[in-house]
Design a protein around this ligand. Structure first.
Ligand code: ADP
Ligand code: MG
Length: 358
């Protein structure tokens, strides 16, 4: 468990896609900042108001609870039990069933670009145990026969998988955690906060001076430079979730292989995008702790990264879900959908060209 002092953390607040925080202008408004290492990432909770400390530590507890519930490597987790059940039905509980149902909805909506049954393929590339390797085409072809929503059966609070099929909620877990934390912030009447779960940010309320939170989009070409941004979002009451191939990858034979897999090929998605940021409103009335907008943003950021620019924009234009996009392409363009254009600030001298699409 790691909890660090607020002063130290203020300096860390521009890492990746994270809420950038400033000292409060109203001295009597308490602010609590904690850093949590969980779900394989660095999380920073910056919360304001009378109950800020309470809300931060409740949020930490919630993230840790979800981590042990959903872990793919902790043998005790319900997901590990399901994955090793050899086809038998397991009582996974209402919450996990709800999350699996949400995942299935996004699998169907994205025509399979998001698919939690990609787990055995992710493992074959060594991303689960962090022992990376390039699997053979034969191995991938065999594993792909186990991928698809038809291999999951849900009944009541029980789930069963086709023998050999496994699930991996890594593409949705942090988004769901952000939905859960939104509920904690609401219950504790937190007026403003930034919750940064790696590439998942919840900008809650506005800054103490009444202006929007500034959320930087990491420059995928310069992933280790916390001050290199492909753009800046100015957000109030919104989720912003980024997926990119630059976060987790390995190199073999001069090639780079990252952790977002295209379920159509079994290979790391190679769609011409270097990152996808999905932005959607966090409507206080709709915050109820169930998988909702945060979960949607996380699932869609993964899926649209797999789909590539053209299909991602078609999906956005379909209007099926209410969100906006910032796409960063391999050929150094930043494509912003018009619903978020007024909240987007270009990064001067970043080398990117910018376009707004409708
Ligand atoms: P991150 O978790 O790094 O923020 P994502 O939300 O895009 O990034 O999720 C990537 C994770 O989701 C991978 O580490 C893997 O566990 C899982 N995953 C990889 N490809 C897919 C996919 N096509 N559909 C669903 N989950 C995926
Ligand atoms: Mg995701």
């Amino acid at each position: 468990m790691k909890r660090f002092a607020a002063a130290l953390l203020a300096a860390l607040m521009t890492v990746g896609l994270c809420g950038c925080s400033w000292q409060t202008e109203s001295p009597d408004e308490a602010r609590e900042v904690i850093q949590v290492i969980a779900m394989d990432t660095v999380m920073i909770f910056t919360t304001y108001g009378e109950k800020s400390t309470h809300a931060d530590y409740l949020s930490e507890d919630e993230v840790r609870r979800l981590e042990s519930l959903l872990s793919r490597t902790d043998g005790e987790s319900v997901i590990c039990q399901l994955n090793s059940a050899g086809g038998l039905g397991i009582d996974v509980g209402e919450e996990v069933c709800g999350l699996m149902e949400a995942a299935e909805e996004y699998t169907l909506a994205t025509e399979g670009a998001f698919d939690i049954t990609i787990a055995p393929v992710v493992a074959a590339w060594g991303f689960t145990e962090k022992e990376n390797r390039v699997p053979s085409q034969k191995e991938l072809d065999e594993l792909l026969t186990l991928v698809g929503p038809e291999h999951i059966t849900l009944a009541g609070d029980a789930a069963a998988l086709t023998p050999g099929t496994q699930i991996d909620l890594g593409g949705i877990a942090k988004g769901y955690a952000s939905d859960r934390i939104a509920e904690i912030l609401k219950e504790n009447s937190i007026p403003r906060a930034t919750i940064s779960l790696g590439g998942n940010v919840l900008a809650w309320g506005d800054r103490p001076d009444g202006t929007p939170w500034r959320v930087g989009i990491q420059d995928p070409q310069d992933p280790n430079n916390a001050n290199a941004f492909a753009g800046m979002l100015h957000l109030t009451d919104a989720f912003a979730v980024t997926s990119g191939g630059y976060q987790r990858f390995f190199e073999a034979d001069g090639k780079t292989y990252h952790h977002i897999i295209d379920p159509a090929t079994g290979y790391p998605a190679d769609s011409g995008l270097t990152s996808v940021t999905v932005v959607a409103d966090c409507d206080l009335d709709e915050v109820d702790g169930t998988p909702s907008v945060g979960t949607m943003c996380d699932a869609l950021s993964t899926a649209l990264f797999v789909m590539g620019e053209e299909k991602a924009l078609d999906f956005w234009r379909s209007g099926k879900y209410d969100f906006d996009l910032v796409l960063v392409t391999e050929d150094s363009r930043v494509v912003v959908t018009d619903g978020i254009a007024d909240e987007f600030e270009e990064s001067k001298e970043s080398g990117y060209s910018y376009e707004v699409v409708s």
